[in-house]
Design a protein around this ligand. Structure first.
Ligand code: AVJ
Ligand code: FE
Length: 437
């Protein structure tokens, strides 16, 4: 029984490390040490930080083993040094960082054979190991965002995402009936503290886009003067739009009459039926107002993603309770772009909402907060210290999110001005009286 769990943990650790290795071996030493944006850490900081978290939780806490390098804890504590200062720290160099993470990993694989997986909440059903797998995958997505900010010739390659095969989704709405649904989870073994506990939420009937907002739709907003019309923007959003000089999503450039974007070092014309990505919350909100809509609330998004009207239950994913497979959603860095709308018919929700999981993180109009009965576990610095009005929530994961760090309940967050992440959105509106209740 626990031997299955142990081998699954070992496989997840190994699969995740292969991704970390790919992202850090793709560039030379200079590019590992350099800071590609003041918003991001040097890649070599992420790498050693991944090892340090694994050492803190699995080697020292779960395994009760001797420290590998207690002298470097402070350097890799994300709360001690802001990202912009990290290149000036006496960091491990790439050779030392690689050696460090592999020494830590050897100890973890050794203790995984024998350490009890019960008796302590931290290890129950392998939670601490799942938390560390997710932590590494989250930093891998962060490193992928750093790759997107890096300039120079391309170093990453992947097959193009599948084509859109379901016609007519763009501009289509799905009505979600009003009434209670279960939000969050008590049962998902690797769900993090902010996804808990499960609780009932009464969500009035609403309509939500059947697919994320596309580049083509977003271009119409730009062409209609969306960036020059203060009334579409919130006061804070407009102030940011002016101060930052926003005119289009990040990485877009004028190309004749149209637009081109640069992704992972390659420039191509913007593809109209692809979900828009690299927009901030304020841009998403302005688009929604221009379209006569609004952003969904977090509860609306989760109801659209999990509610099964046939049973009244909340499922783990839009497609059901089964684990992700590559035909269900664009996750896992299998592709280096969002897939066009209609590319994942097998991932649609029972009500017919598509691509809620994968492709692009979706901004929702909710501040990051704890659910009723929230209890920080196992550390306040994962979620709780970020609760409050400064952060907005994003849902559903992107093409750069691994399935281990993505569920219908998973919550991401960032400042509303941020767009270096793989962020897009879809719109929603209240249902008209008598519509879909
Ligand atoms: C959940 C993506 C907002 O990167 O700040 C990584 C994840 N927490 N290390 C972040 C995280 C600690 C977190 N996000
Ligand atoms: Fe971290």
């Amino acid at each position: 029984m626990t031997s299955d769990l142990r081998s699954r943990v070992a496989a997840e650790l190994e699969r995740t490390r292969a991704r970390t290795t790919l992202l850090t071996d793709a560039v030379d030493e200079g590019d590992l040490i350099r800071q590609h944006s003041p918003l991001m850490s040097p890649l070599v900081w992420d790498l050693a930080h991944i090892g340090n978290q694994e050492e803190l939780w699995l080697v020292r806490d779960v395994g009760r083993r001797e420290a590998v390098r207690s002298d470097i804890d402070e350097l890799y504590d994300a709360f001690k040094h802001p990202r912009r200062d990290r290149p000036t720290l006496p960091l491990l160099d790439p050779v030392e960082a690689r050696r460090y993470v592999s020494t830590v990993r050897d100890k973890v694989l050794d203790l995984l054979d024998t350490v009890p997986l019960e008796g302590r909440r931290l290890v129950e059903r392998g939670f601490a190991f799942g938390m560390i797998v997710q932590h590494e995958q989250q930093h891998d997505e962060t490193m992928l965002a750093t790759h997107q900010l890096r300039t120079g010739s391309p170093v990453l390659a992947a097959p193009a995402p599948p084509a859109g095969v379901v016609p007519g989704l763009t501009g289509r709405e799905v009505r979600v009936p009003g009434g209670p649904f279960t939000m969050g989870t008590d049962t998902d073994p690797w769900a993090l503290d902010n996804e808990r506990p499960a609780h009932q939420v009464d969500v009035p009937a609403f309509a939500i886009d059947a697919a994320p907002v596309t580049n083509g739709e977003y271009e119409a907003f730009i062409a209609d003067g969306g960036y020059d019309t203060p009334r579409w923007w919130s006061p804070q959003g407009w102030a940011h739009r002016v101060e930052a000089g926003l005119v289009a999503p990040q990485h877009w450039r004028r190309d004749g009459d149209g637009w081109a974007y640069t992704r992972f070092g390659r420039t191509t014309p913007v593809i109209a039926d692809e979900p828009v990505v690299h927009v901030c919350f304020y841009e998403a909100q302005a688009y929604a107002r221009w379209a006569g809509k609004r952003l969904p609330t977090e509860a609306e998004w989760e109801k659209a993603a999990r509610f099964d009207p046939a049973t009244g239950r909340s499922m783990r994913f839009p497609w059901g309770d089964d684990e992700w497979t590559p035909d269900r959603a664009n996750l896992g860095q299998l592709h280096l772009a969002p897939a066009p709308v209609g590319a994942y018919p097998r991932g649609a929700s029972p009500l017919g909402v598509h691509q809620l999981v994968g492709d692009v993180w979706e901004w929702v109009d909710t501040d990051f907060h704890g659910y009723p009965g929230f209890a920080a576990f196992p550390y306040r610095e994962y979620s709780e210290v970020f609760f409050g009005p400064e952060y907005r929530i994003l849902r559903g994961g992107s093409f750069g999110t691994d399935a281990a760090a993505c569920r219908g309940t998973f919550r991401n967050w960032d400042y509303p001005i941020r767009r270096q992440i793989f962020s897009g959105f879809r719109t929603a509106r209240d249902a008209a009286p008598g519509e879909g209740s």
